[in-house]
Design a protein around this ligand. Structure first.
Ligand SMILES: [Zn+2]
Length: 356
């Protein structure tokens, strides 16, 4: 029996390595992830095809097996995330309401912008999404009314097509990941309390995923948006805190469920997002694959050639959280961190998946 294949995506969790500063993954205390790293296989994955801007709309489809060959259509993702119908021959455009300085418009300004756009583009439907985000749906071409001052339209792109097995379950808040999952053919579940932000109810997501596992799902994907959101808010402590909560409230119960059901658990970021700048990055990300063995029962290093040649590293976070000191903790060289995989060869997901 192969068992269930579970993937946890820690959105934007990784960070560029530079200087002496420990990354959020290094600073976070993550006993469950440490155990997965100790018993499983670490790898270093390139998730962003060359020439494309790093972001979830590119990295998550790549991780799930659909390789974008150009800009990915954000409007289609937003529509799918909210169940907004886009009829054959129509398009959806993500439109942001912005201030004269290009910042996110406030609530009243967004409402005014939506009303004005609807009045001018009367053959199209204007939907208000969260915050400053609007969605315009209707026949191409893009209405001239979107060129009004105070609006910024996301570029059209290639629409993600269904490639996932229909039995795939994705647990995600209402947002880009949910839209990607739905376009790719997954059944998307959003438990109450799942917000996609740093305060999202991750225990509720875990319960939802465990229910899918015990119900016989063969592939379960859980998206955690909090690390990316915290990094965009330039909030170092919130980013570490949400990674620690993901470890305790989501990864630990998922590992326990997989131990009972048999299967594998993979955990990785989709792309980097630096809390010092709030910017995404396209660097390869660390990934751990745990083959469902008893946590703590053994210290196997897996058989992936990617992990051979790994050498112990100095403890870069030794003066912060002291992860390497606690009894039973994984050595720093075998944690899910950017530094722990820095010497591994990069696994390029693109050619491997295209060839598969
Ligand atoms: Zn982001």
């Amino acid at each position: 029996m192969v068992g269930v294949d579970v993937l946890v995506i820690l959105d934007g969790a990784s960070e560029p390595l530079g200087g002496a500063r420990a990354t959020s993954l290094e600073r976070a205390s993550t006993p469950a992830l440490d155990a997965l790293a100790r018993e499983g296989t670490l790898s270093r994955l390139r998730m962003v095809p060359a020439g494309l801007a790093p972001g979830s709309e590119v990295a998550i489809p790549t991780l799930l097996g659909w390789i974008p060959d150009g800009t990915v259509d954000r409007g289609a993702i937003e529509a799918a995330a909210r169940g907004i119908a886009v009829a054959p021959g129509e398009r959806a455009w993500r439109v942001d309401a912005v201030t004269p300085d290009g910042d996110r418009a406030g609530d009243a300004a967004t409402r005014r912008a939506a009303r004005a756009l609807q009045a001018d583009a009367c053959a199209h439907a204007v939907h208000r999404l969260a915050g400053h985000r609007l969605l315009l749906v209707g026949p191409p071409p893009l209405p001239a009314a979107t060129r009004a001052v105070g609006l910024r339209v996301w570029p059209e792109g290639v629409v993600i097509s269904p490639t996932l097995e229909r039995s795939t379950v994705m647990v995600a808040a209402i947002g880009a990941a949910a839209g990607i999952g739905r376009l790719m053919g997954a059944r998307v579940l959003t438990p109450a309390g799942a917000t996609g932000g740093p305060a999202s109810d991750l225990a509720a997501k875990a319960a939802c995923a465990v229910q899918a596992i015990t119900g016989g799902a063969t592939r379960v994907i859980v998206h955690v948006g909090g690390p990316d959101e915290a990094a965009h808010l330039l909030d170092f402590e919130a980013k570490v805190a949400v990674i620690e909560r993901a470890d305790r409230d989501l990864i630990a119960p998922l590992a326990a469920a997989i131990r009972r059901a048999s299967g594998t658990l993979r955990v990785c970021p989709d792309h980097g997002c630096d809390p010092a700048t709030g910017q995404h990055d396209a660097h390869p990300v660390p990934c751990v694959r745990w083959p469902g063995r008893d946590l703590g029962a053994r210290g196997a290093h897996g058989d992936d050639p990617a992990v051979t040649g790994m050498r112990p590293a100095a403890d870069p976070a030794g003066d912060t959280q002291g992860n390497g000191d606690a009894a039973g903790a994984a050595p720093v060289s075998r944690r899910l961190t950017e530094r722990a995989v820095a010497d591994l060869a990069v696994t390029d997901l693109m050619p491997r998946l295209v060839a598969a």
